[in-house]
Structures are given as structure tokens and as C-alpha cells.
Design a protein around this ligand. Sequence first.
Ligand SMILES: CC(=O)N[C@H]1[C@@H](OP(=O)(O)OP(=O)(O)OC[C@H]2O[C@@H](n3ccc(=O)[nH]c3=O)[C@H](O)[C@@H]2O)O[C@H](CO)[C@@H](O)[C@@H]1O
Ligand SMILES: C=C(OP(=O)(O)O)C(=O)O
Length: 457
Amino acid sequence: MSKFIVRGGKRLTGSVKVSGAKNSVLPIIAASLLAEEGESVIVDAPPLDDVITISKVLESLGAGVTYQNDIIQVDARNLSTSEAPYEWVRKMRASFLVMGPLLSRLGRARISLPGGCAIGTRPIDQHLKGFEALGAEISLGQGYIEAKSTGRLRGAKIYLDVASVGATENIMMAAALAEGVTTIENAAKEPEIVDLANYLNSMGAVVRGAGTGMIRIEGVERLHGVRHHVIPDRVEAGTYMVAAAITGGDVYVEGAIADHLGPVIAKMEEMGVTIIPGDNGVRVISDKPLKAVDVKTLPYPGFPTDMQSQMMALLLRSEGTSVITETVFENRFMHVDEFQLMNAEIKIEGRSAIITGDARLVGAKVCATDLRAGAALILAGLVAEGTTEVSGTHHIDRGYVHLAEKLSGLGADIWRVSLEESPAEAAAEEKLKPETSKGATEEAKPLFKVQVQPSWV
Ligand SMILES: CC(=O)N[C@H]1[C@@H](OP(=O)(O)OP(=O)(O)OC[C@H]2O[C@@H](n3ccc(=O)[nH]c3=O)[C@H](O)[C@@H]2O)O[C@H](CO)[C@@H](O)[C@@H]1O
Ligand SMILES: C=C(OP(=O)(O)O)C(=O)O
């Protein structure tokens, strides 16, 4: 069990480097299953627990996976099974992204129902609707979803009822080896979709229109391994931008792509923060009192739900009352209770949170209820009086590389502690943790060839 300890009151300055995008690297690793020839080399793969989890899913399917120095190599030439086990898939929703590639390549897939952060019900009906349209037969039972096709999948016209990121990605991957043309209407437009399309295209696929609401995929017969650089993580970048703004700091967020952060930049500018996009990053200067603003989360290019809780931390320090409306996930305000432990005044009305600004935040013992909630509590801790202890670090490890080190590099007073714990505490924590961050004995099993960096475990 570990905790982040933050002592508030430090102004952040300097430069911080953004890692590769979690939400790009996960579908890209899954797409590597489509390569029947050659090896896939994925560069700037961030050393995150989620990356380990999806890599283990691939290993369980018979692919060879190695990880070293932010480079993942996948050899998927010989797959041994089309069944992805509960053991790994339950830990992370994105594991379900192996279904499209497996179905397309092997004509069948059996995947455990996915887990993930408890931010909403997160159905997968749109993924399944897409696979069915491509000719797959879907059945459900004993916690597994099975998809089968007789012969190759066949291209189809698919309209998504919601512009789901995961469904768009899964269908794109399934359609890459289908016979004929597939169109996805009301497709998600996130930069990570474009990154996946670029990856598929360099593997030999023909995907057009990614980044727009209409994606066209012309199926090909075979795909091959390639070398690909993952795009920088816009949510990690946005988190450091908020860290700069909340502490009245001056920080260069190296690698941040301003174009991917449009709504975050617009809202921060409205609040009075100066943002200067540079050649390879974004400078954030916060030297004025912050103004209250209203924020509504939406699919890209709207304000990202993955930045909602971090934005709430910032709005707690603004002058006036702000309203955040969460439209993407129905249960993504769990951080509110934790902020309240830090003396925040926030009221929930339906899908909106009403935030009273100018909060005198005080350090407290709080718990990360999901990945971004954890980041937001650390941000609040940066400006709280006294010491904040953030537990639930396994959530944070899913999406942030060396968070304490990066923030302390900017001057923050933050560190991570491993705690001595009673057997009861250890057992409780063990239940909450994903398998990937459980004890060293598990990691030491020769099940998996991924090299784990010491600071990661
Ligand atoms: C690994 C990854 O990339 N995760 C991101 C991805 O998650 P993920 O791909 O799971 O999110 P989706 O875009 O699919 O979900 C958006 C909304 O659509 C709903 N939905 C989704 C699929 C479906 O079949 N039916 C359905 O109703 C969901 O419940 C949710 O309300 O996009 C989310 C929305 O930007 C982000 O918060 C996650 O960080
Ligand atoms: C919700 C998130 O991720 P996932 O879809 O992997 O749970 C996130 O990155 O904030």
C-alpha cells in the first residue's frame, strides 16, 4: 500500500515532459494483433499499469511482448488462442479492444466482460452492434462475450448511437481485414482515433476520415508490423497545465500539443491564465486572480471528461461560482466527497456540480476513487494548507508516469510513501488493487516477458 503525500503552498516553475498517451497506446497495442507478418515496435509507450495489463492480455493470446525503455515490441505472428481471460480483462476496460482485432484476424474471439474505473455503467452495445453489422454472431454467457464469423468479416455501413471512442476503435480494427468497405458514421473524433488510424495505415490498412465523424475503411487481406511513435498524452499535459495554473506558476509543458487541448486552453484562458503554445509544448503562466467559468464535458472536440475533476480543483480556487456539467459519464463526481474533506463547498444537482470558488482548502486524508479523481486531489493538495495524503494510488498508476517525480521537478512538495500496514489493511488494499500492482511474487512469475522498471512497481 502506498500514498502520495503533498504539502501545499509551493509555486510551480520549470519544465515537465509529457509521456506517450495512455489512450493511444492501448488500442495501438491491441491493433498489433492484426500483424501477421513482422514485428510491431511501439515507441514512447508510457510505463503505466494499464500498458502492462494489455500486454499481459496479448501474451495470454500467444503473442510475444517485450517492453524496455518506453518501447514495446509485439510479435503476433503466431497466436495460440482467441480467448482473453477474466484475470486480465477485468482490470481494465480497454482490454476489450482486443475483440475487434481477434475477430478480424482469427474469425472468433471470446473475451471476458471488461472492468475499469467506476465512473459509469459503460456498456459495450455499440461495439457489439458494429461487430454484428460486419457479420459476426455474438453470444453472451458466464461473464464472457463470444463473437464468431464464418469466413472473413464483410464491410458494412455502421451508425453509432453514441460517438464512442472504444467502439470506433474496435470497429476500425475489425474492419481493417474485412472484405469490402466499412463506414462508421457518428464516429468518435479524438486524437487517439487518428493515431490508431495512422498506425493501421502504416501496417497496410486503408482507413480514411479519422478525426471526422465519418470514417471509411477499405478492408485488406493482410497487415504487417511497423514502428510507430505514440502521440503525447493530452490528459497528462492538461493535468500539468492545471498544476501550473492552480499554484500561480510558470511551467512549460513539453510535448503538449495545443491543438489537442483546445477546450482546456480556452477555459483556462477564460479564467485568466496565459497560455503560450510553442514549437514543442505549451507554456502556462498564472499571475492573475482566477475567474469562475462554467464547463460542460463533451466528446472531442468538446471539453474532455478526463479533465473534469482536475478542472474542478482549479475552479475551487477561482473567484465566484462555477458550474461543471458532466455529460459523458453518469457517475463521475466521486471526487466531490473527497474535495469536501478538504473544506471545499460543492453541491451536486443532477449531472451538474456547483462549485463555490475562493475555497480555503485544507490538507486531509483523501482517497483516489478513480484515475483522474486521484490527479485532481493531488492538484488540490498543491494549494491546500498543511498536508494532504492521497491513497488509492493504484488508480493513479493506471494513467500517470512518475507523477510525484514530475511534480517535484517543478518545485512541488510531494512524495510517495510505502506504508507499513496491519494484515487487515493489507488485505483490504489487496482487494482494491489491480493484479498488476500486487506483490512482487506475482510480477516475478515468468508468465510475461515485459521488463518492469524498478520505479514502476
Ligand atoms: C482507454 C480509453 O481510450 N479510454 C477513454 C475512452 O473510454 P471509452 O472508449 O470506454 O469511452 P466511450 O467513448 O466508449 O464512452 C462514452 C460514452 O458512451 C457510452 N457508451 C460507450 C460504448 C457503448 O458501446 N455504449 C455506450 O453507451 C459510455 O457509457 C459513455 O457514456 O473514452 C472516454 C470518453 O472520452 C474517456 O473518458 C476514456 O479515458
Ligand atoms: C476513464 C479513463 O480511462 P479508462 O477508459 O481506461 O477507464 C481515463 O483515462 O480517465
